[in-house]
Design a protein around this ligand. Structure first.
Ligand code: ADP
Length: 394
């Protein structure tokens, strides 16, 4: 094999996603997912060359999970010593004020990411575990950290600053860091390339299980909906998104809930799931179709929030050229796309219903010919984006 590849690792609290990517063609040569790490019954899926291997043995920790993945590569393929791996790319959620781009990992970088745990308590510890284990198992290639926050490191101060007591904000590094930056950067660049213009005012809506919006002018992010953590902004699968912070005080004082419990409710038991019991958009749509009023309301709250952000970001940028939908919901759900654009003709947004409902593999336009704003669906590919960023720094 002569091609070069990057192994991309996304290590979460109880899961590891991996993909062996050819950064030149974008092809995924192998991929897989280890889930339920540390639980009684684990789950592992490994895909290579049209073969799919699944296992459900317990996976006691991240080290054991990654070791099993490497064994499977040797048993089923691809042979890692012949796979042309030039780097291992690690997704890291919180890069704080330190990291404005992908960075080759050494002990200092590990220490910095560790220092940032208080700002990314739900994600950085798991990201670090992946880094630690992978460096041990694959010691001969450079490991690169690709930060979810990096694209937003240069947000204008007016957008990044919370109106909070300045001493406290400074002391505890409280500002809007954003997240999903790798996807917003990848998609907004693809849009520029696709339309052959680098001066665009863009809104990107990344609607997956997590969801976020960004405003991008001429390739630079000028606002984003996720904040200190990925909790702020749009309605998500299980997260509240925007909510009056006084709800926290209220639940503490009136209901007597501990802070960790409130954290859990806001991050894991709210959003679509909190509103109607389902966090998967396909299930929410099915429940709404069957007449469940809670699912209908969940969809209304979800779409209302989207329209609000589209209007807000058009105002922030003083105009809008392109609106792009991406990620699981954004790429697949035409009903959400049309609900998000409903009533926005005054902003120059007019969808073409047939284009909107037609499935196309690559980037495609769903706005009407006479729509002043171009509306696109663009598939994101975070693994490829991470792989390409790795190549830029090694
Ligand atoms: P993640 O944030 O986990 O990376 P994805 O971008 O893969 O998420 O998006 C996952 C979500 O996409 C699922 O929870 C599901 O709600 C939604 N989704 C996937 N396919 C469809 C579809 N055909 N219609 C509506 N929603 C979909």
């Amino acid at each position: 094999m002569t091609h070069r590849t990057v192994l991309v690792i996304n290590s979460g609290s109880s899961s590891i996603k991996y993909q062996l990517v050819d950064p030149d063609t974008g092809e995924a040569l192998a991929s897989g997912l280890v889930e339920r790490i540390g639980e009684g019954r684990g789950s592992l899926t490994h895909n290579y060359d049209g073969k799919k291997v699944t296992e459900d043995d317990p996976v006691p920790n991240h080290g054991a999970g990654l070791r099993r993945v490497i064994e499977l590569c040797n048993e089923v393929g691809p042979n890692l010593s012949e796979a042309g791996i030039v780097a291992v790319g690690h997704r890291v959620v919180q890069g704080g004020a330190y990291f404005d781009s992908a960075t080759v990992i050494d002990d200092d970088v590990v220490e910095r990411i560790t220092e940032l745990i208080p700002l990314g308590p739900l994600h950085n510890p798991a990201n670090l575990k992946g880094i630690e284990v992978a460096r041990e198992l694959l010691p001969d290639v450079p490991h690169v950290a690709v930060f979810d926050t990096a694209f937003f490191r240069g947000l204008p101060k007016a957008a990044a600053t919370y109106a909070l007591d300045r001493e406290i904000a400074r002391k505890y590094q409280i500002r809007r860091y954003g997240a999903h930056g790798t996807s917003h950067q990848f998609v907004s660049r693809l849009v520029s390339d696709h339309l052959g213009r680098n001066d665009l005012k863009q809104i990107v809506l990344h609607l997956g299980n997590g969801a976020s919006a960004s405003a991008v002018v001429a390739g630079h992010a000028v606002d984003t909906s996720m904040g200190l953590t990925p909790l702020e902004g749009l309605v998500m699968g299980t997260r509240t998104g925007d909510i009056d912070p006084a709800v926290v005080f209220h639940l503490r004082r009136v209901a007597g809930f501990e802070i960790d419990k409130i954290d859990d409710i806001f991050n894991k038991r709210s959003g679509l799931k909190g509103l109607c019991g389902h966090n998967d958009m396909r299930e929410v749509q099915a429940a709404a179709d069957a007449g469940d009023p809670e699912a209908v309301l969940a969809l209304e709250v979800y779409a209302h929030r989207l329209r609000k952000y589209i209007g807000a970001y058009a105002a922030v940028m003083g105009g809008l050229d392109v609106l792009t939908f991406t990620a699981g919901v954004g790429e697949n759900d035409h009903r959400i796309r049309s609900a998000a654009c409903e009533g926005l003709e005054f902003l120059g947004i007019t969808l073409d219903p047939v284009r909107n409902e037609t499935r196309v593999a690559g980037p495609h336009r769903i706005s009407a010919d006479d729509s002043r704003v171009t509306v696109l669906v663009v598939p994101t590919n975070e693994e490829l984006a991470i792989a390409r960023q790795c190549l830029e720094v090694i």
